[in-house]
Ligand binder design. Structure first.
Ligand code: FE2
Ligand code: FE2
Length: 300
């Protein structure tokens, strides 16, 4: 069971990371639907704004109440996030609240580990509201995926990408569910590593598929990266924990460097692709989150 202090800090850090991830998934959906899908576009936009509002609250409470480690991991914002948002919003005409991002760049860490600034019920409230909104988001995304699989809608996102965002949403839901009883989900090492290694494999495959066919070198690296993560999932053994963590860490560092270079290249218009710039930054943050998780597993 988490202490009251840990509950507040963990809830803040989890929500800071995932609320932004959720609203960006909805932004990608909103901007990838054709004009005929007015209802779905509006629904995506309203759900995006719902998470944006919650993120605004979380950022307010997080200031001075989260760990230095979490801030330094760049899983909440990277040096590219604001620029990617401004560019992507300008290119699509869809809104993104960049004031929240600016506030996130100013977030300070918890300077006194024995002082708890906010009572538990504030976090309980944010967790519950996130949980309820997330249920709606998951059902929207699932409906979208099944309509896509039946070819009743067209969307310029791979069905596999819609499935992928649903996996991430369900992973977040499971954490919020556990936090109701002041716990974090109990998982085996391979369950945890396989989830994230599979997510990283998907990212490499999406990047490969969304790069212009002429980007041979970048596509080759993406394919090799996907294979490396696929092998890690196949080989995971509870009996070789240290080795598994080490290998996953090495692969995650590799894909992080690749994603960072891709984000820079896209922002500077040096790479030809159909990758929204904010998507590149989004998957970079997911790698940063995974690397922080790996380092906490290593220390436990
Ligand atoms: Fe994501
Ligand atoms: Fe992802």
């Amino acid at each position: 069971m988490l202490s009251s202090h840990e509950f507040v800090r963990v809830s803040l850090e989890i929500n800071l990371f995932f609320q932004r991830i959720m609203k960006e998934h909805l932004f990608f959906v909103e901007t990838s639907l054709p004009p005929v899908e007015t209802t779905a576009i509006h629904e995506a936009s309203a759900l995006k704004q719902g998470f944006e509002q919650l993120l605004g609250h979380t950022v307010y409470y997080a200031n001075g109440s989260i760990s230095e480690n979490a801030i330094r991991s760049n899983e909440f914002v990277t040096p590219y996030t604001l620029k990617a948002e401004e560019l992507n919003s300008m290119l699509t005409g869809a809104s993104l609240n960049t004031d929240i991002t600016r506030a996130e760049y100013e977030l300070a860490a918890d300077s006194n580990p024995h002082y708890q600034k906010w009572p538990e019920n504030i976090m309980e409230e944010i967790n519950n509201r996130s949980y309820n909104l997330l249920k709606e988001v998951i059902s929207f995304q699932k409906r979208l995926l099944s309509r896509r699989l039946e070819c009743r809608i067209f969307i310029t996102l791979y069905p596999e990408l819609l499935d992928h965002v649903n996996h991430e949403s369900e992973y977040y839901l499971e954490i919020l569910e556990s936090l109701k009883s002041r716990k974090l989900p109990k998982k085996t090492l391979c369950d945890e590593l396989n989830f994230w290694n599979h997510i990283m494999e998907d990212h490499a495959e999406f990047i490969d598929g969304m790069l212009d066919p002429t980007e041979d070198k970048l596509k080759g690296t993406a394919r090799a990266t996907a294979e490396a993560f696929e092998m890690l999932v196949k080989e995971c053994m509870e009996t070789a924990q240290k080795q598994m963590i080490q290998n996953s860490n090495r692969a995650a560092e590799g894909i992080r460097a690749y994603k960072r270079a891709a984000t820079e290249g896209l922002l500077q218009c040096r790479i030809k692709s159909v990758i929204p710039p904010l998507l590149a930054d989004h998957v970079l943050r997911e790698a940063n989150h995974y690397l922080r998780l790996l380092s906490s597993i290593r220390q436990s």
